[in-house]
Design a protein around this ligand. Sequence first.
Ligand SMILES: [Zn+2]
Length: 143
Amino acid sequence: MYKEDLAVLMESGNDTYITVGWLTDTIRFKESFTLNKHRKNLISRLYYCNKYATIRMSKEGHHECDYCHFDESERTFNFAEIGNGEILIRDKNKRNVIYVAPTMICHYVDIHGYVPPMSFVESVLYASDDDLLEFKRIEDANK
Ligand SMILES: [Zn+2]
C-alpha cells in the first residue's frame, strides 16, 4: 500500500497524522551519509518500536515486502504479524505532528537501505519510552 512520505493521512483534534515508509518497489533510494551515522541506532529503535509500541491492524492478512517478497510474519520469536501494524510517533519538535509508519519500515531500512525523512529519524531516535508507548497505551486502554 504505497503512500508518499510526509503526506497528510488525517487530522484529528489538533493533531496531524503524516505518512512515512509506505513503500512500493517502484521507489528507489540510496544511503545518505546523514543516516549512516545513525543507521544502527535507528534500526535498533525501530525494532524496539515493533516489539513494544506497535498498533496492531486487522488480524486478517499481513504485508509482504514489495522489493524482495519477504514476509516478516514467517519469522518466529516476537515478530508475528509484524507486517500488519503501524508505529505512531510524535514529531520531536512539532508536537502536533504524528508519524504513521508501517511496521515493515524496520525491514525497509535494515535490508533495503530506505532513508526515512530526517524529522522522522530524529523523532524515533530521541523519543523517550513514554513517547514511544503513547499510542500503544491508548490502544490497550480501548481494548
Ligand atoms: Zn524486502
